[in-house]
Design a protein around this ligand. Structure first.
Ligand code: ATP
Ligand code: MG
Length: 400
């Protein structure tokens, strides 16, 4: 058994010792059967949330109203969900009411796709009432039960289906596909936050191109943030050769390069992303736009080490003369400085050089000019040289 399952074993053992049923469920079991790297381990149990809380030391009630608590154990977090069935989803976010049930089979029946409705016992025995293993073997995404009912009940499942296409390279079962095509508009009712979670997973997949094609064929993109505003964006996405991205900052940068009328700031807002994502996307966008017109070393300096691999990947996807990451990294490492703080001249030096000038934006301009010349190796990063250059700059300004 995979070491992630073994690490989580004491949680299941404890539940079972106290007379409850407990299983590994969801993506981890699916990925294990697929021989794919396992992500988060989810656990399903007959114990009620308060019973789970009572058994473990560190429990965070993340979704306690819907039966889920997070158990922290040996540095890992595990979602432990009480066996449940759902009633209607009136707010299209959470089921209005959940009913706790006693049997794992009932719990598996409320899950989205057959490949995700497989449970595994401690000893490795598989519980698979919907032939999820068959679907996994044939690389097929099909709903548990009647597609129309299940996708209408929670329309986010349509988007989940497409993100699984991207992650796993599976195909949609014919009825699942037809139902998505006819019900795509129901995604209008789904919160942006839920769509963003799925989009982030989608762009990390190895088969994103297949997902873009399915967006086009099903019309699902018309109900996604940003994409709904620019109907041709999805076509442009589909024309690129995607490789797995790291995060939404990379995706927004690419979407922005393809879009004609959507700004980075607007898209970050559309998808309700953080200010951090915005900062990263803006930095990457500036670098992509400068690439080819500014000297490589200066562009890379602006990118900075933390975004270097993102930048390289984006150039590759946009097909913009991307050098290998190794080369980019070498160029970056050879830069004479990596931040303005390393410049041999600072604000105080500038003030001392020009005691009669009032401090103001000119100081920043001067330092930026010198910074660029140092980064592009036009001038050595030594105080005396830089002072001389500053005096010359000042003279030019005065002449001008
Ligand atoms: P990943 O490996 O990417 O996390 P996952 O299959 O574990 O994929 P999660 O979003 O973590 O996906 O959900 C865990 C499990 O919960 C799923 O495998 C599925 O059984 C069930 N599930 C999640 N979301 C839904 C939903 N909207 N409708 C029905 N079942 C769902
Ligand atoms: Mg998961």
């Amino acid at each position: 058994m995979d070491k992630s399952f073994i690490k989580a074993k004491p949680i299941l053992v404890k539940l079972i010792e106290h007379g409850f049923d407990a299983y590994y469920v969801g993506g981890s079991v699916r990925d294990y059967l697929l021989n794919r790297e396992i992500g988060d381990i989810d656990i399903a149990t007959s114990a009620l949330p308060n019973q789970v809380q009572a058994l473990f030391e560190k429990v965070i009630p993340v979704g306690i109203d819907h039966g889920t608590v997070m158990v922290r154990y040996e540095g890992e977090s595990y979602e432990v969900t009480t066996f449940r069935v759902e009633e209607s989803y009136e707010d299209y976010r959470h089921p209005d009411r959940v009913h706790y049930v006693q049997k794992i089979e009932e719990d598996l029946a409320r899950r989205d796709f057959t490949m995700n409705a497989v449970a595994m016992k401690l000893d490795g025995t598989i519980v698979d009432p919907f032939n999820g293993r068959g679907a996994i073997k044939e690389k097929r995404i099909e709903t548990v039960g009647v597609a129309e009912e299940r996708l209408q009940e929670d329309p986010l499942r349509m988007m989940r289906a497409l993100r699984f296409v991207s992650q796993l390279g599976f195909s949609l079962a014919a009825t699942t596909y037809d139902t998505i095509r006819h019900n795509a508009y129901l995604l209008e009712r789904i919160s942006i936050e839920r769509k963003t979670v799925e989009m982030e997973k989608l762009i990390q997949g190895r088969f994103a191109n297949r997902a873009w094609q399915l967006f086009i064929q099903s019309g699902v993109d018309q109900y996604l943030p940003s994409f709904e505003k620019e109907p041709s964006l999805i076509q442009k996405c589909a024309q690129l050769e995607w490789i797995p991205l790291e995060d939404m900052a990379e995706a927004i940068t690419i979407f922005h390069q393809l879009a004609t009328s959507l700004s980075v700031t607007q898209m970050v807002k559309d998808w309700k992303l953080s200010n951090d994502v915005k900062r990263q996307s803006l930095r990457l966008t500036e670098a992509v736009q400068q690439w080819g017109s500014e000297e490589d070393c200066y562009v890379l300096y602006g990118v900075g080490e933390s975004l270097l691999s993102s930048f390289c990947k984006i150039l590759q996807i946009l097909n913009r003369d991307a050098p290998s990451f190794k080369n980019l990294k070498r160029t970056y490492e050879q830069l004479p400085i990596h931040s303005i703080k390393q410049l041999a001249l600072n604000g105080n030096d500038v003030r001392a050089l020009f005691p009669n000038r009032h401090p103001g934006p000119w100081m920043q301009q001067l330092l930026r000019t010198i910074e660029k010349e140092v980064v592009t190796c036009r001038i050595r990063n030594e105080k005396e040289y830089l002072k001389e250059r500053a005096l010359q700059w000042n003279q030019q300004e005065e002449d001008y």
